[in-house]
Design a protein around this ligand. Structure first.
Ligand code: KIV
Length: 273
């Protein structure tokens, strides 16, 4: 076994995958989950989806910078190899490029993560440029933007009509031209995501977008089958961990009630380990 420390994937390593191999990305919010996925994923996103999947909120809007920092630190403790990026939460960056810089630099300093992600298209291009020119790697996020849920009146797929298609294309170009290292395309109708992927020189990371994207991201609690709230069309469940946990809780409850647990095996006895 080698004692050489594992080197984390960097932002340039992620960018270099475009046109070569798919970028594998998942969200993580905790140390043990980050540990479990670290060998297999390239890019871990500490997403503000944690508001919904960890804290039981209806939207991501109430997530704070402090929550993102605490979970970013937990994920960094649990990972050695993956590149880690952290979402800028709603209200922490939209006011001005300066506000975005304060939040993003604090997140990078306090978590050790490599990059931040923010939602928005043309209207956020100035902010993306401000951050990247000051050495903060930024991933954009266009199409279905969960932080715009109130304006949109729900979580709506983007690009369903011609105006929508043109908007997603303009937004992704604006973010790429502003210096983003990658862009998440969420809930975008399929041919549009493919076109954008061909047009941009930076990687596109799809979620409900297209197999043609340069990478894919999903929410870990969705693929593990832990989150019970709702299942978007683009989620494939790879496990039923929620069901396994529920079964374990029921079996534990039955055994405690019947006094089958704890048996002597689980008790400390004098002069024995
Ligand atoms: O917050 C999040 O988890 C995200 C992904 C869904 C891309 O932004």
């Amino acid at each position: 076994m080698s004692n050489t420390p594992v080197k984390r994937l960097s932002v340039p390593n992620i960018m270099a995958k475009k046109g070569k191999e798919p970028i594998v990305s998942l969200t993580a919010y905790t140390t043990p989950v980050a540990q479990l996925m670290d060998d297999d994923v390239d890019l871990i996103l500490v997403g503000d989806s944690l508001g919904m999947v960890i804290y039981g909120l209806d939207t991501t809007l109430a997530v704070t910078t402090e929550m993102m920092i605490a979970h970013g630190q937990a994920v960094m403790r649990g990972s050695k190899k993956a590149c880690v990026m952290v979402d800028l939460p709603f209200g922490s960056y939209q006011e001005s490029p300066e506000q975005a810089f304060r939040t993003a630099s604090r997140i990078l300093q306090e978590t050790g993560a490599a990059a931040v992600k923010l939602e928005g298209g043309e209207e956020m291009a100035e902010t993306v440029e401000f951050l990247t020119k000051r050495n903060i790697p930024v991933c954009g996020h266009v199409g279905l933007m969960p932080q715009a849920v109130q304006m949109m009146g729900g979580f709506k797929v983007a690009g369903k009509n011609d105006a929508g298609v043109q908007k997603v294309i303009r937004d992704s170009h604006a973010i790429a031209d502003a210096g983003a290292f990658a862009v998440v395309l969420e809930g975008v109708v399929e041919p549009v995501a493919e076109t954008i992927t061909q047009q941009l020189s930076i990687p596109t990371i799809g979620i409900g977008a297209s197999p043609a994207c340069d990478g894919q991201v999903l929410v870990c609690d969705d693929i593990f089958g832990v989150f019970q709230g709702f299942k978007p069309k683009f989620v494939k469940r790879y496990a039923q961990v929620g069901q396994t946990m529920q079964d374990a809780a029921k079996q534990y409850a039955d055994e405690v009630r019947s006094r089958a647990f704890p048996s002597m095996e689980y008790c400390f006895q004098p002069n024995k380990k």
